[in-house]
Design a protein around this ligand. Structure first.
Ligand code: TYD
Length: 151
């Protein structure tokens, strides 16, 4: 197994069934609607980083990795795209097309994002700052690691 540096493996593997679509609060207003999300209330972690994907060319795929420790919350802030989640045994595809739904992704879940609509924005709230050492970028490597963890 490759050196994982400062990042530790979890005691148990995560499952696709641990991921969930969260229906966020909606404040309807004739001036325009508003949605909010609070750490500990809607996202089960403290938000340390925000990033977003935009100008994704048609047919492109993003993601293609898992994280040893990072938890994320993925929102289609504009437009739509699909998130494919994989725990080494099961795969589930979510179509995100509403800015008031967020997809919670715990640590150690493989994810791929595709089917981006034109002009879409994928907003990601993350539990830690960016760290390349937290990534598992090879699917076979990912499967080997989760196969060694209790479920
Ligand atoms: P990556 O996470 O692989 O993109 P995605 O999963 O969305 O397809 O990141 C792509 C590149 O951007 C990679 O070189 C690392 C860099 N990056 C940062 O510098 N900071 C960040 O917060 C993120 C998410 C990526």
């Amino acid at each position: 197994m490759p050196e994982r540096g400062a990042f530790s493996l979890p005691e148990r593997a995560s499952a696709v069934s641990d991921c969930r679509l969260v229906d966020l609060p909606r404040i309807h207003d004739p001036r325009g609607n508003l949605t909010f999300l609070e750490s500990g209330r809607h996202a089960p972690f403290a938000i340390e980083r925000v990033y977003y994907l935009y100008d994704v060319p048609g047919g492109e795929t993003r993601g293609g990795h898992a994280h040893l420790e990072l938890q994320q919350f993925i929102i289609a802030a504009s437009g739509s795209f699909d998130v494919v989640l994989d725990d080494g045994r099961e795969r589930q595809r979510y179509h995100l097309n509403r800015s008031y739904f967020g997809l919670y992704v715990p640590r150690m879940i493989w994810r791929e994002l595709d089917n981006f609509s034109s002009g879409s924005v994928c907003l990601v709230l993350a539990s830690a700052h960016y760290a390349e050492g937290d990534y598992i970028r090879d699917y076979a490597d990912y499967c080997r690691i989760v196969d060694g963890l209790p479920r």
